[in-house]
Ligand binder design. Structure first.
Ligand SMILES: [Zn+2]
Length: 206
């Protein structure tokens, strides 16, 4: 069941502050969302251009399935279209988008292969449905763009091609991951950022 709207807004702001503290949403980057209602679809998302270290429940805007503001405060980010795409294709309850150094470097280094494979790490078991370190996680990489509706359509197609993936990267931009609720989506950010830092540091040594 979806928590009451006020509680959900507060949890979303808390999640944003937590991820900013780790350096994954600096300089007003990143955005964080959660579904408040399924039918008709309503998504709460952090408003555009905010310092994520100081987020409160008053910084959340609510949007419809076309990424148009229908409530709350502020202007939704253009990237809201990508959150809506993930919610629609994955049935996610929450979506987190971060701009970390390691995800940015890896998204560039692996762009030619169209994605990044991570396998053999115990921390993979932090991803929903993964029970062994022998799991191979494929994180697709999408070329970055500024025109969001076509990029959202590309992301929807990509998620259809990779039904088991827990995340995707925008090239030289950042990470999108999601979960059944805010707690699971935040866990996925932490797990994936840990794994990407391991992979990137290993690659730099090799
Ligand atoms: Zn971004």
């Amino acid at each position: 069941m979806t928590p009451p709207r006020d509680l959900l807004f507060a949890r979303l702001a808390e999640a944003g502050r937590r991820l900013e503290r780790r350096g994954w949403a600096l300089g007003t980057s990143g955005n964080f969302s959660a579904v408040t209602w399924r039918d008709p679809l309503r998504i709460a998302i952090t408003a555009s251009g905010l310092d994520k270290s100081a987020l409160t429940a008053a910084d959340i805007v609510e949007v419809d399935e076309s990424a148009r503001a229908v409530g709350g405060n502020g202007k939704p980010s253009a990237e809201t279209h990508l959150h809506v795409a993930v919610v629609k294709t994955r049935g996610a309850g929450a979506v987190m988008h971060t701009h970390s150094v390691w995800s940015t470097l890896l998204s560039r280094a692996h762009a030619k292969e169209g994605g990044l494979a991570i396998e053999g790490f115990e921390m993979l078991k932090g991803l929903a449905g993964v029970a062994t370190h022998e799991h191979r996680e494929w994180i697709p990489i999408v070329p970055n763009a500024q025109d969001m509706p076509p990029l959202a359509a590309r992301v929807e197609a990509l998620l259809g091609e990779h039904p088991a993936c827990h995340a995707f990267l925008l090239e030289r931009h950042g990470l999108y991951t999601w979960g059944a609720d805010i707690a699971e989506a935040v866990r996925h950010v932490e797990i994936l950022e840990f794994l990407m830092e391991c992979v990137a540091r290993e690659e730099r040594r090799a």
